[in-house]
Ligand binder design. Structure first.
Ligand code: MTE
Length: 319
């Protein structure tokens, strides 16, 4: 039986959307910039099909190119419409059912081709790092999207600290396996535990992020507490939740969705409007909270930052 527990975060601690946006606007004004420009800077890309270039240039044209509606989704949207099959396959299930997950004590295992493999308590794992706030676009492979204000640590800072060996070429992230806490794991919908991976150079890209929070607060369970991956230029399924293991490998590992349906979900999973999912188009998306569909942007709008990672690769074959 699944018992619902109230959210871990007392409502007094939750920053309301209006308050959060007002605070961002205040920071922008203090810095002599418009709020829209802050959006452009943090998102790195807005407006045109490859708006990243415009945003990177800075100046009034990039601010002007930023659609005003490219603002963070509400806390409610972000925390009540999720994929997290460990808690059910419906979008409302993660919020309703993830109360059974205990996120302290929590251990992260560092494994494989790295200077000091071992297990460490999450708070010790996080302690050397300063938390940052990042607003990123989020595009699910199912053709819906959101804009999410994450809090966390650049992945490359963690990797640099862990010191992978020169032979390490991939980083693999694995979710907790505990069917008592994660009732969805009692069913064979996926090959548990959930896992995905990045090439080491992708993981070292400054946009790749390990989130511990959103909207300035701790991560709600349904969003991947206590630690989850965020790779904003890739489809959302790369964003492994409730990470218990980070392994450095010399070859590309199997990944959950690629094993489940290899012709539908590739290892790279880069957002690409030119490569359709076998069962639907990827050229458009529904931003949660909007009625009209938007055009999907190459690399989710981060092309000017990340396209060089894939130079010379056939992105139709390596989808
Ligand atoms: N992580 C785990 N462990 N289990 C999952 O089912 N779903 C993925 C990803 N991470 C999933 C997961 C998918 S398909 C998406 S789109 C995102 O989580 C959605 O959740 P978010 O909106 O909180 O990022």
């Amino acid at each position: 039986m699944i018992i619902r527990r109230p959210d871990d975060i007392p409502s007094s601690e939750i920053t309301s959307e209006a308050h959060y946006l007002a605070r961002r606007e205040f920071i922008a004004r203090a810095a002599g910039l418009g709020a829209a420009f802050v959006g452009a800077t943090l998102l790195g890309a807005c407006g045109t099909r490859d708006g990243a270039a415009a945003a990177a240039r800075g100046g009034p044209d990039s601010a002007g190119a930023t659609p005003l509606d490219d603002k963070p989704n509400s806390f409610e949207d972000v925390t009540s419409y999720n994929n997290y099959y460990e808690f059910g396959t419906d979008k409302a299930d993660p919020k309703a059912n993830s109360g059974s997950l205990r996120t302290r004590p929590w251990t992260v295992e560092v494994a494989g081709l790295v200077k000091s493999p071992g297990r460490v308590a999450i708070d010790d794992f996080l302690k050397p790092h300063r938390l940052e706030d990042r607003i990123y676009r989020h595009r699910c492979v199912e053709a819906w999207s959101m804009v999410i204000p994450w809090r966390g640590i650049p992945l490359r800072d963690v990797i640099t600290r862990l010191e992978p060996l020169p032979s390490a070429k991939f980083v693999q992230f694995t979710t907790l396996l505990d069917p008592r806490q994660m009732p969805g794991q009692q069913r064979n919908v996926l090959d548990w535990p959930y896992t995905d991976a990045l090439r080491l150079d992708e993981a070292m890209h400054p946009l790749a992020f390990l989130a511990t929070g959103l909207y300035g607060k701790s991560l709600p369970n349904q969003n991947g507490a206590p630690l989850r991956l965020v790779v904003p230029w890739k489809y959302g399924f790369k964003g492994v939740k409730a990470i218990v293991k980070i392994a450095f490998l010399d070859r590309q590992p199997a990944t959950t969705w690629n094993v489940a349906a290899p012709n539908e979900y590739g290892f790279y999973a880069n957002v690409n409007p030119d490569v359709d999912h076998p069962r639907w188009t990827q050229s458009r998306e529904r931003r949660i909270g909007e009625f009209r569909r938007r055009e999907t942007l190459m690399f989710n709008g981060y092309a000017s930052q990340v396209a060089s990672l894939y130079q010379g690769m056939d992105l139709r074959r390596n989808f």
